[in-house]
Design a protein around this ligand. Structure first.
Ligand code: FMN
Length: 357
C-alpha cells in the first residue's frame, strides 16, 4: 500500500465503501463527543522519553493470557465485515495471521466462526453478545470452543444499541445474501431494513437481552473452559467486580464512542482500572488508537495490549487481507519507532512513567 498512515488509509477506504457501509463504520452515538474524545485523549498525553538506553534490538511481542502475540495490538470485534470486502472476516483473519496479530471475531460476523477459525493463524478470540434465548447463546459458546477459539470476550456496554443517527437515516440493513452467519441455525441471521430506522437497532432490540447482570458473567464463566474477558468497562469498581466474578481480563472500552455519548475517553478511564485490577488480570484498551505512539502511551498507562476497530475495517476495505496486514505493519513500524525514541527495547520494558496521567 502506497499510504503513509492510518489517516490516509481511512480516506482511501471512504472512497471505496458504499454510503451505508461507510456511515455504519464511521458512525458514533449522537454527537460523537466520545468518539472524538478517544483520539484526542491519546494525543494529549506527552511522552517523557528516556535517553541513553541501548535500543539496537527491539521486541514488540508479548504474552496475553498465556498466548504469544507478535504485537500488543489486536483486531477489535467489529460486525459485518463483508460490507468492507467480499471475503469479509476470512480476509481479516488472514491479514491478522500474516502479522501474527490477535483477532477478536464478532458474534455478528458475516462469515461463520468455524470458517474463520479454519484460516486463522494467530490467536483468535470470540466476542459474545447474549441473546434473549439462552440456548442460542450457549450454542455460540460451545461452537467457539469446538472451533478452537482461545478466549471469549463478553461485551457489556450494549444493553441496548446506542443511537447512531446516520444508521437510522440510512435504514441500515445488510444487502441481499449477507447475513449474521453465526446465527443461521438459530433462524436469527437476517438483518432486514428497520421500520423507519436502523435494521440493526431493531435486531438488537428484539433478539439481544437488555437484562444482562453480573449473574450472567457467573453463568458464562461456569459454561466454558475458556478465559472470559469483559469488554466495555470504564470504572475501577466494575473492573473489580468483573474479576470477582471470574473474568480473566477486562477491556477498557466505550465501544469506539458508538454506545453512550459522553462516556469518558478510554485513555482517561484506563489508569484507575489498571490500579484496581492490573496486577490480577489482563487489562486491554481500545478506542481512538491511530498511531503507534498511542499504543505506547496505553502500555505506559498499564495496558497489556490494545485493540483497533475502525482501522482494521479501513485496511480490509482498501486491500482485503493485504490491507489488514498493511494496517498492522504501519502501526507496528510506528510503535517500533516510538519505543526506540523512548528508550524501550521491549514491551515489558515500557516504564509506567513515560506518560503522566
Ligand atoms: C463498525 C463497528 C462495528 C462494531 N461491532 C462490534 C461488535 O460486534 N461487538 C463488539 O463488542 N464491539 C463492536 N465494535 C466496537 C469495537 O470492538 C471497538 O470497541 C471499537 O471499534 C474501538 O474503537 P476504534 O474503532 O476507535 O478503534 C464495533 C465497532 C465498529 C466501528
Amino acid at each position: 500500500m502506497d499510504l503513509l498512515n492510518l489517516a490516509e488509509l481511512e480516506q482511501a477506504a471512504a472512497e471505496r465503501l458504499s454510503t451505508m457501509a461507510h456511515d455504519y463504520y464511521a458512525g458514533a452515538a449522537r454527537d460523537g463527543i466520545t468518539l472524538r474524545g478517544n483520539r484526542a485523549a491519546w494525543d494529549r498525553l506527552r511522552l517523557y522519553y528516556r535517553v541513553l538506553v541501548d535500543v539496537a534490538q527491539r521486541d514488540l511481542s508479548t504474552t496475553l493470557l498465556g498466548q504469544h502475540m507478535a504485537l500488543p495490538i489486536l483486531a477489535a470485534p467489529t460486525a459485518f465485515q463483508c460490507l468492507a470486502h467480499p471475503d469479509g472476516e476470512l480476509a481479516s483473519a488472514r491479514g491478522c495471521g500474516a502479522r501474527g496479530a490477535g483477532m477478536v471475531l464478532s458474534t455478528l460476523s458475516t462469515v461463520a466462526m468455524e470458517e474463520v477459525a479454519a484460516v486463522a493463524r494467530g490467536p483468535l478470540w470470540f466476542q459474545l453478545y447474549v441473546y434473549r434465548d439462552r440456548a442460542v447463546t450457549r450454542a455460540l459458546v460451545q461452537r467457539a470452543e469446538a472451533a478452537g477459539f482461545s478466549a471469549l470476550v463478553l461485551t457489556v456496554d450494549a444493553a441496548i444499541i446506542g443511537a447512531r443517527e446516520t444508521d437510522a437515516r440510512n435504514r441500515f440493513h445488510l444487502p441481499d445474501g449477507m447475513t449474521a452467519a453465526n446465527l443461521v441455525g438459530a433462524g436469527m441471521a437476517e438483518i432486514p431494513a428497520g421500520e423507519g430506522g436502523s435494521g440493526l437497532e431493531r435486531y438488537v432490540r428484539e433478539l439481544l437481552t437488555p437484562r444482562l447482570t453480573w449473574a450472567d458473567l457467573d453463568w458464562l464463566v461456569a459454561q466454558t473452559r475458556l478465559p472470559v474477558l469483559v469488554k466495555g468497562i470504564v470504572r475501577a469498581d466494575d473492573a473489580a467486580i468483573a474479576v470477582a466474578h471470574g473474568a480473566a481480563g477486562v477491556i477498557v472500552s466505550n465501544h469506539g464512542g458508538r454506545q453512550l455519548d459522553g462516556a469518558p475517553p478510554t485513555a482517561e478511564a484506563l489508569p484507575a482500572v489498571v490500579e484496581a485490577v492490573g496486577d490480577q488480570v489482563a487489562v486491554l484498551v481500545d478506542g481512538g488508537i491511530r498511531r503507534g505512539s498511542h499504543v505506547l502511551r496505553a502500555l505506559s498507562l498499564g495496558a497489556d495490549a490494545v485493540l483497533v476497530g475502525r482501522p482494521m475495517l479501513w485496511g480490509l476495505a482498501v486491500g482485503g487481507a493485504d490491507g489488514v496486514s498493511g494496517m498492522f505493519s504501519m502501526l507496528a513500524a510506528e510503535l517500533d519507532e516510538a519505543m526506540a525514541l523512548c528508550g524501550c527495547p521491549s514491551v515489558a520494558a515500557v516504564p509506567r512513567d513515560l506518560v503522566h496521567a
